[in-house]
Design a protein around this ligand. Structure first.
Ligand code: TXA
Ligand code: MG
Length: 330
């Protein structure tokens, strides 16, 4: 197990996949790419590995983890699928959708990973390296985003290294991720609910369901008293620098996170400017979001001013993460 101050990074290869699977089987912690963000994987059936994972991230252990599996068949071993859940899985897996379902009776995932809930979050990632690692490991892998708790999610192996070097055993480098925001989380109970907007736009899910996908009435669960998506703690995505939303101008000493080709007054006085998508493409903006927030956080700006982002498509997830970033850290 790694005890040094650094963590080895292996470029994508068959050998890296085999090393990752071996490491997981030994109770180790592996940073690996998914199409949404980099995940920090542990054997979902190994409570000691999961305890290490919570410690490495500095994550409150009441916050449950997503179990990643290779296919729908493997998912059925741990979660109970009704007709709607099956339809969503068949339409969108592998891909950036997480389903929260009732656990099966003989679900092998450790209670520590699900924070004692009788539900479980399950996802089949689409990234080829994630799929290869899951196939080689041949069991469920819990994987939160591979960042320190409270930080923005990592979209490159270097982000993982900068947060978790020396705290985890291995990082597999698959380059920059394609989607850039975490998976969309849908709770599939009596009526499906959008627990977290994410990399799969709400409209695509509503088209398959043939109905609107409501947000939960508030963030408290009905019967358990547990938050429905507890990880949606307000301060989850905050950089250190204050974030100012809906900026129509830039003040002296601010950095600018721009969107589109519009010009805002004061742009000449910024310490730094990065444009999420000059063409106004929300997919491109999502892919750039966390990396640009991390980069602007390092410029020493007084604040990060963010131009308005439209709310449709991936804009819902982008605005959700920006709103959390603007609330600051706990
Ligand atoms: O795209 C993603 O989903 C990434 C990649 C690595 O797969 N993973 C990710 O995991 O974002 P994490 O741990 O950062 O976020 C998981 C979210 C948290 O908000 C957690 O509270 C929620 O899923 N969650 C997990 N199990 C749940 C459950 N049984 N009921 C409700 N929410 C749950
Ligand atoms: Mg996270």
């Amino acid at each position: 197990m790694n005890v040094g101050l650094t963590t080895p990074i292996l470029p994508a290869s068959e050998a890296a996949v085999a090393a990752a699977a071996r490491c997981l089987a030994d109770g180790g912690l592996v940073g690996f790419p998914t199409e949404t963000v980099y995940g920090l994987g542990a054997d979902a059936t190994n409570p000691a590995a999961i305890a290490r994972l919570y410690r490495a991230k500095g994550r409150p252990s009441f916050n449950p983890l997503i179990a990643h599996v290779g296919d729908l068949e493997a998912a059925r071993l741990i979660g109970r699928f009704d007709a709607r859940a099956t339809a969503l899985a068949e339409a969108f897996w592998p891909g950036p959708l997480t389903l929260v379902l009732r656990r099966t009776r003989d679900c092998a995932v450790a209670d520590l990973a699900t924070a004692g809930l009788d539900t479980i979050a399950i996802r089949v990632p689409a990234h080829p390296l994630a799929r290869d690692i899951l196939r080689a490991f041949a069991g469920p892998v819990v994987a939160p985003s591979a960042n320190l708790s409270g930080h923005v999610s990592p979209t490159t192996a270097a982000h993982v290294q900068s947060d978790l070097a020396g705290r985890i055993d291995l990082i597999v480098d698959g380059g920059a991720v394609a989607v850039g925001v975490e998976s969309t989380i849908v709770g599939c109970f009596e009526a499906p609910m959008l627990l977290r907007p994410g990399g799969l736009p709400r409209g695509e899910i509503e088209r398959v369901l043939g109905r609107a996908l409501p947000r939960p009435p508030d963030e408290a669960g009905h019967d358990t008293g547990q938050p429905l998506a507890p990880g949606m703690l307000a301060s989850h995505y905050a950089p250190r620098t204050p974030v100012r939303l809906e900026a129509v101008g830039v003040d002296a000493g601010e950095a600018l996170l721009a969107f589109g080709d519009g010009v805002v007054p004061g742009v000449d006085a910024t310490t730094a400017t990065m444009n999420l998508s000059a063409q106004g493409d929300l997919n491109e903006a999502a892919a750039n979001l966390f990396g640009y927030l991390r980069a602007l956080d390092l410029t020493g700006a007084r604040a990060i001013a963010v131009m308005p982002i439209p709310h449709h498509g991936l804009g819902e997830a982008i605005n959700d993460r920006l709103r959390r970033a603007a609330m600051g850290r706990e």
